[in-house]
Design a protein. Structure first.
Length: 448
């Protein structure tokens, strides 16, 4: 990446984050260097670096990736000797601006909309509740409390609600911010002896959304203020939407009166994703990005492979896909299963599901009613050879074993034999629905 490319990327960011955010947070970033997947920027203060990382990190990463630089991380450094004279005033203004309606909330991510949210069994209830609240009719669920593990879509749903409400009610005051930001502003108001304005500001909104409220628990003064704001709003029929990484009763340090107040609204949880949902999300992302990564081909089975193997969180899944895109754009050819495994080995290792080749062999032999010794053995008749290829294919797809390692476990066969088997099944999968069904069933059995 060069300074010039960064200039172009900044222009693209202007489109995604909007003029205000651009002027305050993106324009002041000074590109420093790029090394081994890490892009470094100079910022006038640590606060600013953290803020940009938190609020625009994903957007910046995705724009840099689109420009063809395979970036995995952003770093923000404060130059020795403190702020540079020319960039200081702008940053200072951004950081200590008086708290007004404009600055009461945090920016919304343009990508987090309902139409980009894939619905499946695990998030169906949370999605339905979010949709209902976003209709903006007479307040029904108040507060709405969304909870679930990291990367399951809480922030995405909250932003989606905010976008939709803004469209339907352009005049409504909708404020979204993280609990951490709420606390930061609260402390700032205390310090600036500006509590009246603070209270007024947050009690005059129509919709208040606070993300990751587990952060406030145990921080007594902030929790107290938050509770009053929250009560005042709910009492006057204003919508409040909160999220946390766990159920209210499980947040240590949260006051009982808050918990019981929450229980008068709707509490909806996002369950861990399942295979179908993960595959749906991947397919949607491929569609979403296909315009930006022209001529990018992904072999059959790669998305299924990712959906099987990366089951921890959607953010990691997306990150993996973005890396594949960047890599594919760089090397300029189709993304095969092999390439995917290579380029994502670190992520795959971290979320290894530990399915063994032996397990696959056993299940496949059972499924085709043949003996394990025949599956692994030397006989080449079709009744053994086809199941053997299926097992090799599954071993390649569901484990992180290399071709030679798989060959060794199939009676010491050569890696080219394994490769041939894997290819054969890849082809057959397209033409032969029986094989496709067998594979799907076996995968399910193995995942169970
Ligand atoms: P959380 O706030 O629960 O930690 P996020 O809302 O930030 O998670 O989601 C992490 C990433 O995963 C985001 O990029 C988001 O768009 C994506 N994501 C999560 N769930 C879905 C979904 N159901 N459909 C599409 N994208 C999703
Ligand atoms: Mg979140």
């Amino acid at each position: 990446m060069t300074e010039e490319t960064w200039g172009q990327i900044q222009q693209n960011l202007l489109q995604t984050v909007g003029k205000n955010n651009y002027v305050n947070w993106i324009e002041p970033l000074e590109y420093s260097d790029y090394d081994d997947g890490v892009a470094t920027f100079l910022v006038p203060t640590h606060f600013m670096g953290n803020w940009v990382q938190r609020n625009f990190g994903d957007a910046i990463l995705s724009e840099i990736t689109k420009s063809g630089t395979p970036v995995t991380r952003l770093e923000f450094a404060v130059p020795n000797g403190g702020p540079k004279p020319q960039s200081a005033p702008r940053a200072a203004r951004a950081v200590t601006a008086p708290q007004t309606e404009e600055t009461a909330g945090a920016p919304l991510d343009a990508r987090f909309r309902f139409d980009s949210f894939v619905v499946g069994k695990p998030n169906e209830l949370a999605h339905a509740a979010a949709k209902r609240v976003a209709d903006g009719g007479p307040v029904t669920f108040n507060p709405l409390f969304l909870y679930g593990g990291v990367g399951l879509g809480k922030t995405h749903l909250m932003h989606a609600i905010a976008w939709e409400l803004k469209e339907k009610h352009p005049e409504a005051k909708i404020v979204y911010l993280s609990a951490e930001q709420f606390m930061y502003r609260f402390v700032q108001a205390l310090r600036d002896k500006d509590m009246m304005a603070f209270k007024q500001l947050y009690r005059s909104v129509d919709v208040l959304m606070v993300d990751d409220v587990q952060f406030i628990a145990g921080k007594d003064a902030t929790q107290e203020e938050f509770f009053h704001t929250f009560n005042a709003l709910v009492d006057s029929g204003k919508q409040v939407i909160l999220s946390a990484d766990r159920a209210p009763t499980e947040i240590p340090g949260i006051e009982d009166r808050i918990v019981s107040r929450l229980q008068s609204g709707l509490i909806a949880d996002l369950h861990p994703t399942n295979y179908e949902l993960r595959l749906g999300i991947l397919q949607q992302k491929v569609e979403q990005y296909s315009g930006q990564f022209k001529n990018l081909e992904i072999s059959d089975g790669v998305l299924e492979f990712l959906a099987h193997r990366i089951s921890t969180n959607v953010r990691v899944l997306e990150g993996a896909l973005m890396r594949l895109f960047a890599f594919g754009a760089l090397v300029g050819h189709e993304i095969t299963l092999d390439l995917a495994q290579d380029c994502l080995s670190d992520i795959l290792r971290a979320s290894d599901r530990k399915i063994t080749v032996e397990e696959i062999q056993r299940k496949v032999a059972d499924h085709y009613s043949i003996r394990l010794s025949d599956l692994i053995g030397p006989k080449r008749v079709r009744t053994f050879a086809r199941p053997r290829q299926v097992a090799m294919y599954l071993a390649k797809q569901l484990t992180s074993r290399s071709l030679p390692e798989i060959g060794r476990r199939f009676g010491g066969r050569d890696h080219t034999t394994v490769m041939h088997g894997v290819r054969r099944i890849e082809e057959l999968q397209q033409k032969d629905s029986q094989i496709a069904d067998d594979l799907e069933l076996l995968r399910r059995l193995l995942e169970a």
